[in-house]
Design a protein around this ligand. Structure first.
Ligand code: SAH
Ligand code: MG
Length: 214
């Protein structure tokens, strides 16, 4: 549950959501039951708009989990291929199984390991990069991703408002959250002030930042 928008507004928007297909719909329900933090319905709608507007060919994702978002991207546009990075062995196994079931094994490459480490070995350029792993490391991830970007590349950072905690101290409950809050504030200041990059910070889902390389 998010503190970002009014609950009633969020509920209303969720009611407007239509899943892309039955497989994704089942996968979403299964993920939500297990508290796996897949993209929220409203964030998914926005990501679909971004994909249809920008028509990326090469997509990079940090944080695969069970493969929901990767399958969603692949289902949205038949011309894109995805490289997705995941640190958990268990998640990687589940993601590969789900991607196979969806029939996208040819277009989605799941790489197992710490994104920070894997990114040092990747050399191709991407059109769209989705940062959705390890909130404390976003600044490092972003800087690494800049090497894999070119003019026009869109870098989307998910969960940047972190249940509203990033913006409001009053949502704070634990020391761990305090560290995430501090790091996330630092990150948003960084990506909104960086030369050569334009960033919008949006209260969609758990907070999404859209950065475009000029
Ligand atoms: N993008 C997915 C959700 C990802 S949840 C979706 O919307 O469907 C975040 C994932 O990031 C978790 O599965 C977690 O294991 C993974 N993760 C956390 N730290 C990581 C790291 N340093 N490198 C790669 N993956 C990481
Ligand atoms: Mg997320």
């Amino acid at each position: 549950m998010s503190n970002i928008t009014n609950e009633k507004v969020l509920h209303y928007i969720d009611e407007l959501y239509r899943p892309s297909n039955k497989m994704l719909s089942n996968l979403r329900i299964a993920a939500e039951k297990r508290d796996i933090p897949i993209m929220t319905r409203d964030a998914e709608m926005m990501m679909e708009s971004i994909i249809r507007m920008s028509r990326p060919k090469m997509v990079l994702e940090l944080g695969t989990a069970i493969g929901y978002s990767a399958i969603f991207f692949a289902a949205t546009d038949p011309n894109l291929t995805i490289t997705t990075l995941e640190i958990s062995d268990k998640m990687v196994d589940e993601a590969i199984a789900n991607i196979q079931e969806a029939g996208f094994s040819e277009r989605i490459d799941v790489q197992k390991g710490d994104a920070a480490e894997l990114l040092t070995k990747i050399t191709q350029k991407f059109d769209l990069i989705f940062i959705d792993a390890a909130k404390g490391h976003y600044k490092q991830f972003f800087n690494q991703c800049l090497n894999l970007a070119k003019p026009g590349t869109i870098i989307v950072s998910d969960n940047i408002l972190y249940k509203g905690i990033t913006a409001c101290d009053s949502f704070l409950e634990s020391r761990r959250n305090k560290t995430i809050m501090r790091r996330m504030r630092e990150y948003l200041t960084y990506i909104t002030h960086l030369d050569g990059v334009q960033t919008s910070v949006l209260p969609v889902g758990d907070g999404i930042a859209i950065s475009i390389i000029k």
